[in-house]
Design a binder for this molecule. Structure first.
Ligand code: ZN
Length: 340
């Protein structure tokens, strides 16, 4: 495996500290690209470590390259959906109903999807078989769905998607008189009507009656305008959900290149880590039930978009990886994961 790290940092900082190895990208940004087996690697990381988190304006990411025989020997793979297979609006903005009453106040984990996934399927990237919304709702093509069924793939469910070419919740509300009043009330309390806080606010008992009234007003308008056919089943896409037992990662995992894992990076309730993985994934073999699709119990990242919370890492078996390769599945890449 070859590993390449790209670090983006402020031009001024780069020029003063790393003028010999950094490449300017613009007046304000430079980059350093280095292999992890380069003899300078540790020197650079140590130099960057001297900077406090809040002073460091850089971003960095890791790319890994494998030989054919490494891929053939692997016992598990980390499935990564490519940025070019990411799309919006997300499910919530297209009308998907989430129960957010059990959501973690610290990391946002724990929302429950209560309806079929609603999406504007025209926004799903063309020519892909596996995609995700910006809120990490996973979508697979009907072609991939067929392949999964024909090969008895385990550990997942492929649920129907409803094509719902609508704008955000708040916009839908804004076409009604009562909805506009609700948006105004929330804004006066400092709540952004495009945030999931707004949905939570609407759920509060003192707003419930008005909210239901607004929904009725909306339904009347909507049907008159678009007719009953405007909401329909999307036949080319399915929602992918992982149903196998979540796996645990082991202490072999490494987190954060420039900063080590700190207390504030971990949700105090143990749901998630707000720091990137630096190593490949190390999975506790006793926790994997052998399913072709799996996910980590621990979630990663921030609750940035929508209300679905931070996502787990996805895993696939060698059998499923082979099927992806043989069928030229589009929209993903893999890294090797290790069973410990
Ligand atoms: Zn949490």
């Amino acid at each position: 495996m070859r590993e390449r790290i790209e670090i983006r940092l402020g031009r001024k900082f780069a020029d003063s500290q790393f003028s010999n190895i950094s490449q300017p990208l613009s007046d304000i940004t430079s980059r350093i690209v280095i292999s992890s087996d380069n003899q300078n690697y540790l020197n650079i990381i140590n130099a960057l470590k001297k900077y406090k988190r809040e002073d460091f304006l850089g971003a960095y990411w890791i790319e890994r390259y494998y030989t054919r025989s490494e891929l053939e020997r692997a016992t598990l793979f980390n499935l990564i959906i490519k940025p070019t297979s990411t799309f919006e609006p997300d499910g919530e903005d297209c009308g998907t109903i989430y129960d957010i009453s059990g959501k973690c106040e610290y990391c946002g984990a724990g929302a429950r999807q209560m309806s079929d996934l609603m999406l504007n399927t025209r926004t799903i990237p063309k020519g892909k078989d596996i995609c995700r919304t910006i809120s990490n709702e996973w979508v697979i093509s009907e072609r991939l769905h067929r392949i999964l069924i024909e090969n008895n793939i385990t550990g997942y469910e492929a649920k129907p998607i409803i094509h719902h070419p609508e704008a955000p919740h708040s916009v839908r509300l804004s076409v009604t008189a009562t909805g506009r009043e609700l948006i105004k009330m929330a804004s006066m309390e400092g709540i952004d009507p495009n945030s999931y806080k707004f949905s939570r606010w609407l759920d509060e008992s003192e707003h419930e009656t008005m909210f239901i009234k607004a929904l009725y007003e909306y339904a009347e308008k909507y049907e008159a305008r678009y007719g009953p056919k405007s909401v329909e089943m999307a036949s080319h896409w399915r929602q992918l959900t992982i149903t196998s037992k979540p796996v645990e990662l082991t202490n072999d995992m490494k987190y954060g290149i420039i900063w080590d894992l700190q207390t504030e990076d971990a949700c105090p309730y143990g749901h998630s880590l707000r720091i990137e993985t630096v190593s490949e994934l190390y999975v506790d073999g006793n926790t994997w039930d052998g399913s072709d699709f799996a996910r980590t119990r621990i979630l990663f990242g921030f609750d940035v978009h929508g209300c679905n919370g931070p996502p787990p890492e996805l895993l696939i078996s060698p059998k499923l990886h082979r099927l992806f390769v043989e069928n030229n599945i589009k929209g993903y890449r893999v890294e090797i994961a290790h069973l410990v």
